[in-house]
Design a protein around this ligand. Sequence first.
Ligand code: HMG
Length: 389
Amino acid sequence: MDIGIDKIGFYSPNVYVDMEKLAEARDVEPAKYTIGIGQERMAIAPLHQDSVSLAANAALSILDEDDKEKIDFVLFGSESGVDHSKSGAVWVHQLTGINKEARSVELKQACYGATAGIKMAMGHIALNPESKVLVLGTDIAKYGVKTGGEPTQGAGAVAMVLSSNPRLLSLDNDSAALTKDISDFWRPLYSDYAFVDGKFSNQAYLDFLNDVWVNYQEKTGRTLKDFEAMTFHVPYTKMGKKAILAMTENEEESERDRLMEYYQSSIYYNKQVGNIYTGSLYLSLLSLLEQGPELEAGSRIGLFSYGSGAVGEFFSGTLKADYKNYLSKDKHESLLNERRELSISEYEEMLQQSLPKDGADIEIESEDMKEGTVYLTGVKEHIRQYVKK
Ligand code: HMG
């Protein structure tokens, strides 16, 4: 059966930090952030945008009435969940008006959550060919002011509808996956900020990529030449470049150049948004589809998913004919171009804001609330209050 991604959209808050200005404020050579890390702008989530509202906004940008009627599973991949018990998927289900007979659940494994959602969706659709599944990857990446990870923060969500006979990308059932218990990056329940061993996390990412890529080639008999383009989890865009260099170490130079050219299209959005954790791989895929040249039907795309802690997986998909007709390039470019730049002091203040931790009520008020369709207005009697315009 032909199962895959039928629709994809994304959402990111309407405020950002310019990376050159952040570098100047941190007394760092700007080229370190723009070239060494590879980021131009970094999306910041104001208090009224959390993982639920970001995901709801991403979903609302792609869902039509037929989707709302046919979706019978909502899978919310996130490591920025807002409740230990209730899944973000339940709120998104209600805020987007999906039919009440759907199931809703949250999936967590660092940046791997949305990929787990894709795998579950594929199995579910194989058993229920008429079903549509909404898979969300939504996160707010926070390391804190003046930390090593500071230039690799970001915020945003990707929403995808998976179905049989998809219009964008057919997914192959050809994965190679790997799990190992390591401490490269984690966020204890008591902390708003992630803990990270930066250099170790980079190495772990590359080691996982190597292991699953070797395993994938053994399992499928495919080689690099079978792939038109590769997409990666993109914590910062230089990481994907390191991934291509590692994968092409023993290949002809022309192979490396070919993949590197597509890679530039695949990081166009990520450069403007930063790390959105579990949505990052899919933001990169969206970027390739929208910003890259039109690729032939049947072209094979590789996907490498990595979630610290750690789980990695390599899998692939093939493009459908006319996929460009079902994308929203102009809308996504406007979303990013119409954002407001934050001064460094505004950014620092915004990053350090958090909801009360003692159970007190809060009403959030901000000029920036006019953005998006869904936002958080506060917390009342321990219950988050979302509004849909
Ligand atoms: P750092 O120590 O600030 O940076 O940490 P650096 O000194 O390693 O420099 C970074 C790069 O900039 C280097 O290039 C420098 O040479 C270059 P590289 O050797 O890496 O190719 N550089 C310059 N380039 C041009 N002009 C200059 C200049 N100066 C230096 N003037 C680090 C960087 C990424 C480690 C840090 O920001 C960090 O800890 N970030 C968070 C962790 C992270 O993103 N890890 C990625 C892999 S783990 C992962 O992807 C999972 C994750 O998404 C979480 C999840 O799964 O949920 C993070």
